[in-house]
Design a protein around this ligand. Sequence first.
Ligand code: EPU
Length: 358
Amino acid sequence: MLVEKNVPLQPYNSFHIVAKAFSLVRIGCVNDLLDVLADPVLAPQPKFILGGGSNIVLTGDVKPLVLKIEVKGRRLLQETDKAWLVEAGAGENWHELVAWTLGQGYPGLENLAMIPGTVGASPVQNIGAYGIELQDRFHSLDVVDLATGTTHTLDAAQCGFGYRDSVFKHAAPEGDAVPAGNGPVAAAGFGLRDRVVITHVRFLLPKPWKPVLGYADLERKMQETGITAPDAQQVFDWVCAIRRAKLPDPEQMGNAGSFFKNPTVTREQCDDIIQREPRIVHYPMDNGSIKLAAGWLIDACGWKGKSVGNAAVYERQALVLVNRGQATGGEVMTLAGAIQTSVYERFGIMLEPEPVVV
Ligand code: EPU
């Protein structure tokens, strides 16, 4: 096992923030992880799990031992007349998995094309776009418990999925051990952040395939092209085009996708805001609450194009913060804080950041 020292993390975070890991171990398979856990020096150290680095803001050098997840592999596990069951290693690139499944003839992930990051990170924040969330196509995943080295398989209920949320984003209460077996892991509110490593994820892609086209941007594509019954490849191409037009490519301009979650409010709160701000973009949810477009709120406060140092609000989508050069994590967080304050002062809503601040 190789422990790399003082490893630059700039290539491993999509914001391209300059920081280093004091120690880093690459995890290519479950056994690499077990080697770390069997090592008397490494085992007791605090650990930080790094996937594609597309949902983190680094505010300094990383002192915990960085486990860089590079578990590879993609395969069809099973095909029935109801679904394809596909498995991928946590270190696979997400977009390449989506493209591979389509190429193999297993449609169902096309609305989630071009989301930066790895397969292992996809359940952590329950990625979603254009009418589909990961949980809609999720079957199960495997984790290794960092405290015991044991492997567990978790189903959707045990992952505790919510909007851009899961059990993997939350820290366990102080002093709580991860319980043995699968059952108690599912307990509501049980946090698994930094306590387990996701090694493999399985996706259930239902048959017959049906396109998900309810999202306004996709409806617009249908109108523009006159194609009313697109195949999965067509939907994939549309989603890629929509994202390219609206979102910066992290290769060219560092960013972590949407920086804030879209907030939800009650019908009464929404009516109150509409009286003052009739143009506010809002969507009724199935549970009766109303989701507000955070991008619109930020845009309405005049933030598009504004910056703090080299951290800036993207000109074409106010929900995305970008690194215009050598932005520090501190600059990104100062900008984020200023946006939160101004949105709160005008609308009475506190925006919640989506990425994990390290
Ligand atoms: N809007 C503005 N100004 C802006 C940005 C948005 O007025 O600067 C308005 C738009 O006109 C639109 C509404 O806000 O009416 C919603 O914007 P958009 O369709 O771009 O979607 P979003 O709610 O901002 C969410 C996800 C994205 C996902 C898209 C498409 C969150 C936090 N973000 O963005 O996910 O790609 O929908 O489904 O839920 C991500 O999580 O990193 C991400 C990119």
